[in-house]
Design a protein around this ligand. Structure first.
Ligand SMILES: Cc1ncc(COP(=O)(O)O)c(C=O)c1O
Length: 358
Protein backbone atom coordinates (compact mmCIF):
# COMPACT_ATOMS: atom_id res chain seq x y z
CA UNK A 1 0.00 0.00 0.00
CA UNK A 2 1.29 3.48 -0.84
CA UNK A 3 2.38 5.80 1.98
CA UNK A 4 -0.14 8.46 2.99
CA UNK A 5 1.56 11.83 3.17
CA UNK A 6 0.27 15.07 4.67
CA UNK A 7 -1.75 17.11 2.19
CA UNK A 8 0.92 19.80 2.09
CA UNK A 9 3.38 17.41 0.45
CA UNK A 10 1.25 17.67 -2.68
CA UNK A 11 1.35 21.49 -2.50
CA UNK A 12 4.96 22.33 -1.67
CA UNK A 13 6.87 23.28 -4.84
CA UNK A 14 10.32 21.77 -5.35
CA UNK A 15 13.12 24.33 -5.00
CA UNK A 16 14.49 25.06 -8.52
CA UNK A 17 17.99 23.71 -7.92
CA UNK A 18 20.76 25.01 -10.19
CA UNK A 19 22.60 22.51 -12.41
CA UNK A 20 26.30 22.04 -12.43
CA UNK A 21 27.34 20.44 -9.15
CA UNK A 22 28.78 17.44 -11.01
CA UNK A 23 30.42 19.40 -13.82
CA UNK A 24 34.17 19.96 -14.39
CA UNK A 25 35.85 22.63 -12.27
CA UNK A 26 36.43 25.03 -15.15
CA UNK A 27 32.73 25.80 -15.52
CA UNK A 28 31.76 29.43 -14.84
CA UNK A 29 29.21 29.01 -12.02
CA UNK A 30 27.04 32.09 -12.37
CA UNK A 31 23.79 30.45 -11.32
CA UNK A 32 23.35 30.78 -7.55
CA UNK A 33 24.37 34.32 -6.58
CA UNK A 34 27.28 33.05 -4.51
CA UNK A 35 30.53 34.89 -3.93
CA UNK A 36 33.17 33.95 -6.51
CA UNK A 37 35.75 34.25 -3.72
CA UNK A 38 36.57 31.78 -0.93
CA UNK A 39 35.80 32.62 2.72
CA UNK A 40 37.46 35.73 4.19
CA UNK A 41 40.97 35.45 5.72
CA UNK A 42 41.02 33.44 8.94
CA UNK A 43 37.43 32.27 8.54
CA UNK A 44 38.15 28.78 7.21
CA UNK A 45 40.69 28.37 10.04
CA UNK A 46 38.12 29.43 12.65
CA UNK A 47 35.69 26.86 11.23
CA UNK A 48 38.40 24.18 11.25
CA UNK A 49 39.25 24.95 14.91
CA UNK A 50 35.58 24.66 15.83
CA UNK A 51 35.38 21.28 14.12
CA UNK A 52 37.98 20.00 16.63
CA UNK A 53 35.17 20.20 19.18
CA UNK A 54 32.54 18.66 16.94
CA UNK A 55 31.95 15.73 19.30
CA UNK A 56 29.91 18.25 21.35
CA UNK A 57 26.62 19.76 20.19
CA UNK A 58 26.81 23.39 19.11
CA UNK A 59 25.79 26.16 21.52
CA UNK A 60 21.98 26.05 21.06
CA UNK A 61 21.69 29.71 22.05
CA UNK A 62 24.23 30.74 19.37
CA UNK A 63 25.48 33.04 22.11
CA UNK A 64 28.75 34.38 20.65
CA UNK A 65 27.26 34.97 17.22
CA UNK A 66 24.16 36.68 18.58
CA UNK A 67 26.31 38.89 20.81
CA UNK A 68 28.56 39.81 17.86
CA UNK A 69 25.56 40.66 15.69
CA UNK A 70 23.89 42.60 18.51
CA UNK A 71 27.07 44.61 18.81
CA UNK A 72 27.34 45.12 15.04
CA UNK A 73 23.79 46.37 14.59
CA UNK A 74 23.04 47.95 17.97
CA UNK A 75 20.07 45.59 18.45
CA UNK A 76 19.51 43.61 21.69
CA UNK A 77 20.76 40.02 21.47
CA UNK A 78 17.26 38.93 22.46
CA UNK A 79 16.09 40.26 19.08
CA UNK A 80 18.69 38.41 16.98
CA UNK A 81 17.51 35.09 15.50
CA UNK A 82 20.17 32.83 13.98
CA UNK A 83 19.35 30.33 11.24
CA UNK A 84 20.76 27.49 9.19
CA UNK A 85 20.92 30.04 6.38
CA UNK A 86 18.47 32.95 6.36
CA UNK A 87 16.06 30.61 4.58
CA UNK A 88 15.70 28.76 7.85
CA UNK A 89 14.55 31.96 9.59
CA UNK A 90 12.17 32.66 6.69
CA UNK A 91 10.58 29.22 6.91
CA UNK A 92 10.38 29.48 10.70
CA UNK A 93 8.47 32.75 10.28
CA UNK A 94 6.03 30.98 7.97
CA UNK A 95 5.56 28.21 10.50
CA UNK A 96 5.15 30.60 13.42
CA UNK A 97 2.68 32.94 11.70
CA UNK A 98 0.71 31.07 9.04
CA UNK A 99 -2.11 28.54 9.08
CA UNK A 100 -5.17 27.76 6.94
CA UNK A 101 -7.32 30.87 6.54
CA UNK A 102 -4.35 33.24 6.88
CA UNK A 103 -2.86 35.15 3.94
CA UNK A 104 0.75 35.80 2.99
CA UNK A 105 1.45 38.66 0.57
CA UNK A 106 4.56 38.91 -1.61
CA UNK A 107 5.65 40.23 -4.99
CA UNK A 108 6.18 37.99 -8.00
CA UNK A 109 8.60 37.14 -9.53
CA UNK A 110 10.57 37.06 -6.31
CA UNK A 111 12.59 34.57 -4.27
CA UNK A 112 11.54 31.05 -5.21
CA UNK A 113 11.12 29.95 -1.57
CA UNK A 114 8.24 32.37 -0.83
CA UNK A 115 5.57 30.11 -2.42
CA UNK A 116 6.69 27.44 0.04
CA UNK A 117 5.41 29.54 2.96
CA UNK A 118 1.76 29.22 1.97
CA UNK A 119 2.06 25.70 0.59
CA UNK A 120 3.58 24.33 3.79
CA UNK A 121 1.11 26.00 6.14
CA UNK A 122 -2.14 25.85 4.16
CA UNK A 123 -2.31 29.67 4.15
CA UNK A 124 -3.40 31.55 1.02
CA UNK A 125 -0.68 33.13 -1.14
CA UNK A 126 -1.46 36.62 -2.46
CA UNK A 127 1.00 37.66 -5.16
CA UNK A 128 1.46 41.20 -6.43
CA UNK A 129 3.05 41.91 -9.82
CA UNK A 130 6.28 43.91 -10.01
CA UNK A 131 6.07 47.37 -11.58
CA UNK A 132 7.12 48.22 -15.15
CA UNK A 133 10.78 48.43 -14.07
CA UNK A 134 10.72 45.05 -12.35
CA UNK A 135 10.70 46.64 -8.90
CA UNK A 136 8.38 45.93 -5.96
CA UNK A 137 5.14 47.87 -6.27
CA UNK A 138 4.88 48.89 -2.61
CA UNK A 139 1.57 50.68 -3.11
CA UNK A 140 -0.03 47.53 -4.55
CA UNK A 141 1.52 45.40 -1.80
CA UNK A 142 0.06 47.69 0.89
CA UNK A 143 -3.33 47.49 -0.80
CA UNK A 144 -3.20 43.69 -0.89
CA UNK A 145 -3.20 43.52 2.94
CA UNK A 146 -6.57 42.34 4.31
CA UNK A 147 -7.89 41.35 7.74
CA UNK A 148 -6.60 37.83 7.01
CA UNK A 149 -3.00 38.90 6.27
CA UNK A 150 -0.45 37.60 8.76
CA UNK A 151 2.72 38.08 6.75
CA UNK A 152 3.97 40.46 4.06
CA UNK A 153 7.35 39.80 2.44
CA UNK A 154 9.44 42.41 0.63
CA UNK A 155 12.63 41.22 -1.05
CA UNK A 156 15.00 44.17 -1.24
CA UNK A 157 17.00 43.97 -3.50
CA UNK A 158 14.70 41.54 -5.25
CA UNK A 159 15.78 38.10 -6.38
CA UNK A 160 15.57 37.39 -9.35
CA UNK A 161 15.10 40.87 -10.85
CA UNK A 162 18.00 42.55 -8.95
CA UNK A 163 16.12 45.83 -8.41
CA UNK A 164 15.75 47.69 -5.12
CA UNK A 165 13.29 50.11 -3.59
CA UNK A 166 14.65 53.05 -1.56
CA UNK A 167 14.63 52.76 2.25
CA UNK A 168 12.24 55.71 2.61
CA UNK A 169 9.59 53.82 0.64
CA UNK A 170 10.02 50.73 2.82
CA UNK A 171 9.64 52.94 5.91
CA UNK A 172 6.43 54.43 4.47
CA UNK A 173 5.07 50.93 3.76
CA UNK A 174 5.70 49.92 7.37
CA UNK A 175 3.68 52.91 8.57
CA UNK A 176 0.71 51.68 6.53
CA UNK A 177 0.73 48.01 7.50
CA UNK A 178 -1.21 47.17 10.70
CA UNK A 179 1.13 46.17 13.56
CA UNK A 180 -0.56 42.74 13.83
CA UNK A 181 0.92 41.84 10.39
CA UNK A 182 4.55 40.69 10.35
CA UNK A 183 6.62 42.39 7.64
CA UNK A 184 9.72 40.52 6.48
CA UNK A 185 12.24 42.55 4.53
CA UNK A 186 14.53 39.97 2.98
CA UNK A 187 17.89 41.71 2.65
CA UNK A 188 20.08 38.84 1.48
CA UNK A 189 21.76 41.23 -1.01
CA UNK A 190 21.61 44.52 0.92
CA UNK A 191 25.41 44.95 1.06
CA UNK A 192 25.48 45.37 -2.74
CA UNK A 193 22.74 48.01 -2.80
CA UNK A 194 24.16 51.46 -3.54
CA UNK A 195 20.77 53.11 -2.87
CA UNK A 196 20.93 52.48 0.87
CA UNK A 197 23.26 51.94 3.80
CA UNK A 198 22.42 48.48 5.23
CA UNK A 199 22.00 50.08 8.67
CA UNK A 200 19.13 52.31 7.49
CA UNK A 201 16.58 49.52 7.69
CA UNK A 202 17.96 48.43 11.07
CA UNK A 203 16.90 51.83 12.43
CA UNK A 204 13.27 50.90 11.64
CA UNK A 205 13.27 47.99 14.09
CA UNK A 206 12.73 50.17 17.16
CA UNK A 207 9.58 51.69 15.66
CA UNK A 208 8.12 48.41 14.33
CA UNK A 209 7.91 45.37 16.62
CA UNK A 210 6.35 43.49 13.66
CA UNK A 211 9.43 43.91 11.44
CA UNK A 212 11.87 41.11 10.63
CA UNK A 213 15.01 41.86 8.58
CA UNK A 214 16.66 38.81 7.02
CA UNK A 215 20.42 38.84 6.42
CA UNK A 216 22.83 36.14 5.35
CA UNK A 217 26.47 35.08 5.47
CA UNK A 218 25.95 33.22 2.17
CA UNK A 219 26.57 36.10 -0.21
CA UNK A 220 29.11 38.83 0.52
CA UNK A 221 30.72 36.80 3.35
CA UNK A 222 31.27 33.82 1.04
CA UNK A 223 29.87 31.20 3.45
CA UNK A 224 27.02 29.72 1.39
CA UNK A 225 28.34 26.20 1.94
CA UNK A 226 28.27 26.46 5.74
CA UNK A 227 24.63 27.62 5.97
CA UNK A 228 24.33 30.54 8.37
CA UNK A 229 22.06 33.56 8.28
CA UNK A 230 20.12 35.68 10.72
CA UNK A 231 17.03 37.72 11.37
CA UNK A 232 16.93 41.05 13.19
CA UNK A 233 13.57 41.27 14.93
CA UNK A 234 11.49 44.26 15.99
CA UNK A 235 10.60 42.45 19.20
CA UNK A 236 11.94 39.69 21.46
CA UNK A 237 8.50 38.05 21.20
CA UNK A 238 8.99 37.57 17.47
CA UNK A 239 12.46 36.10 17.97
CA UNK A 240 11.15 33.67 20.58
CA UNK A 241 8.41 32.46 18.23
CA UNK A 242 10.99 31.87 15.48
CA UNK A 243 13.12 29.76 17.81
CA UNK A 244 10.11 27.89 19.20
CA UNK A 245 9.24 26.18 15.92
CA UNK A 246 12.74 24.89 15.17
CA UNK A 247 14.85 21.94 16.24
CA UNK A 248 17.29 22.84 19.05
CA UNK A 249 20.68 22.74 17.28
CA UNK A 250 20.00 24.36 13.92
CA UNK A 251 23.33 26.12 13.45
CA UNK A 252 26.44 23.95 13.52
CA UNK A 253 29.72 24.67 15.33
CA UNK A 254 31.72 25.48 12.20
CA UNK A 255 29.08 27.88 10.90
CA UNK A 256 28.81 29.73 14.21
CA UNK A 257 32.59 30.13 14.52
CA UNK A 258 33.04 31.14 10.89
CA UNK A 259 30.30 33.77 11.06
CA UNK A 260 31.76 35.35 14.22
CA UNK A 261 35.20 35.53 12.59
CA UNK A 262 33.78 36.89 9.31
CA UNK A 263 32.20 39.83 11.12
CA UNK A 264 35.70 41.01 12.04
CA UNK A 265 36.76 41.54 8.41
CA UNK A 266 34.82 44.62 7.39
CA UNK A 267 37.58 46.05 5.18
CA UNK A 268 37.80 42.92 3.06
CA UNK A 269 33.99 42.73 2.86
CA UNK A 270 33.97 46.30 1.55
CA UNK A 271 36.59 45.36 -1.10
CA UNK A 272 34.44 42.43 -2.19
CA UNK A 273 31.41 44.65 -2.51
CA UNK A 274 33.46 47.02 -4.67
CA UNK A 275 34.57 44.14 -6.85
CA UNK A 276 31.00 42.83 -7.27
CA UNK A 277 29.73 46.32 -8.10
CA UNK A 278 32.47 46.75 -10.71
CA UNK A 279 31.66 43.35 -12.24
CA UNK A 280 27.97 44.24 -12.21
CA UNK A 281 28.73 47.39 -14.18
CA UNK A 282 30.83 45.44 -16.67
CA UNK A 283 28.11 42.82 -17.12
CA UNK A 284 25.43 45.46 -17.61
CA UNK A 285 27.56 47.38 -20.12
CA UNK A 286 28.34 44.16 -21.97
CA UNK A 287 24.66 43.25 -22.17
CA UNK A 288 23.79 46.73 -23.46
CA UNK A 289 26.46 46.34 -26.14
CA UNK A 290 24.77 43.10 -27.17
CA UNK A 291 21.54 45.03 -27.67
CA UNK A 292 19.83 43.77 -24.49
CA UNK A 293 18.35 45.87 -21.67
CA UNK A 294 19.28 44.57 -18.19
CA UNK A 295 17.28 45.71 -15.15
CA UNK A 296 18.97 48.27 -12.88
CA UNK A 297 20.77 45.92 -10.51
CA UNK A 298 21.51 46.64 -6.86
CA UNK A 299 22.54 43.06 -6.15
CA UNK A 300 25.42 40.70 -6.98
CA UNK A 301 23.62 39.50 -10.11
CA UNK A 302 21.92 40.93 -13.16
CA UNK A 303 18.56 40.17 -14.72
CA UNK A 304 18.04 40.55 -18.41
CA UNK A 305 15.09 39.93 -20.70
CA UNK A 306 15.73 38.04 -23.94
CA UNK A 307 12.87 39.47 -26.00
CA UNK A 308 11.50 36.83 -28.33
CA UNK A 309 14.70 34.76 -28.33
CA UNK A 310 14.50 31.12 -27.24
CA UNK A 311 15.50 31.00 -23.56
CA UNK A 312 16.00 27.22 -23.49
CA UNK A 313 18.26 27.30 -26.57
CA UNK A 314 20.35 30.09 -25.05
CA UNK A 315 20.63 28.22 -21.75
CA UNK A 316 21.86 25.07 -23.44
CA UNK A 317 24.20 27.05 -25.71
CA UNK A 318 25.71 28.71 -22.63
CA UNK A 319 26.04 25.37 -20.84
CA UNK A 320 27.83 23.90 -23.90
CA UNK A 321 30.29 26.79 -23.59
CA UNK A 322 30.84 26.05 -19.89
CA UNK A 323 28.70 28.87 -18.49
CA UNK A 324 25.88 28.21 -16.03
CA UNK A 325 23.29 30.91 -15.34
CA UNK A 326 19.62 30.66 -14.30
CA UNK A 327 16.73 30.59 -16.73
CA UNK A 328 13.91 33.03 -16.03
CA UNK A 329 11.41 30.19 -16.60
CA UNK A 330 12.61 28.50 -13.40
CA UNK A 331 12.37 31.74 -11.43
CA UNK A 332 8.92 33.02 -12.31
CA UNK A 333 9.30 34.65 -15.72
CA UNK A 334 9.98 33.04 -19.05
CA UNK A 335 12.35 34.73 -21.51
CA UNK A 336 15.01 36.10 -19.16
CA UNK A 337 18.36 35.20 -17.63
CA UNK A 338 19.68 35.78 -14.12
CA UNK A 339 23.45 35.99 -14.12
CA UNK A 340 25.58 36.13 -10.97
CA UNK A 341 28.50 38.58 -10.98
CA UNK A 342 31.53 36.29 -11.01
CA UNK A 343 35.21 36.97 -11.48
CA UNK A 344 36.25 39.20 -14.35
CA UNK A 345 37.24 36.12 -16.40
CA UNK A 346 33.93 34.35 -15.75
CA UNK A 347 31.89 37.41 -16.67
CA UNK A 348 33.84 37.90 -19.92
CA UNK A 349 33.33 34.24 -20.74
CA UNK A 350 29.58 34.61 -20.23
CA UNK A 351 29.41 37.74 -22.42
CA UNK A 352 31.48 36.13 -25.18
CA UNK A 353 29.31 32.99 -25.13
CA UNK A 354 26.09 34.98 -25.16
CA UNK A 355 27.41 37.16 -27.98
CA UNK A 356 28.01 34.03 -30.09
CA UNK A 357 24.51 32.74 -29.38
CA UNK A 358 22.77 35.99 -30.22
C1 LIG B 1 16.32 36.74 -1.56
C2 LIG B 1 16.99 35.60 -0.88
N1 LIG B 1 16.72 35.38 0.39
C3 LIG B 1 17.29 34.36 1.07
C4 LIG B 1 18.19 33.54 0.43
C5 LIG B 1 18.73 32.38 1.18
O1 LIG B 1 19.94 32.61 1.69
P1 LIG B 1 20.60 31.61 2.74
O2 LIG B 1 21.73 31.00 2.03
O3 LIG B 1 21.01 32.53 3.85
O4 LIG B 1 19.57 30.63 3.20
C6 LIG B 1 18.52 33.74 -0.90
C7 LIG B 1 19.47 32.84 -1.58
O5 LIG B 1 19.73 32.86 -2.73
C8 LIG B 1 17.89 34.80 -1.58
O6 LIG B 1 18.14 35.02 -2.87
Amino acid sequence: MALEFAQRIGRIPAYPVADGYALPADVAMLASNESPFPPLPGVAQAAARAVQGAHRYPDPSNGRLRAALADRHGVGADRVAIGNGSCDVLLAAGEALLEPGAEVVYAWPSFSVYPHLAAASGATPVTVALDGEDRHDLEALAQAVTVATRLLVVCNPNNPTSTAVPPGEVAALLERVPPRVCVIVDEAYCEFNLLADPEQSVALLDRHPNLLLLRTFSKVYGLAGLRVGYGLCGSAELRQALDQVRQPFFCNVAAQAAAVEALGHGDEVARRVESAVAERGALQDGLLELGLAPAESQANFVWVGLGDRDEAAIMSGLAERGVLVRAGAALGRDGALRVTCGTDAEDRRFLAALGELL
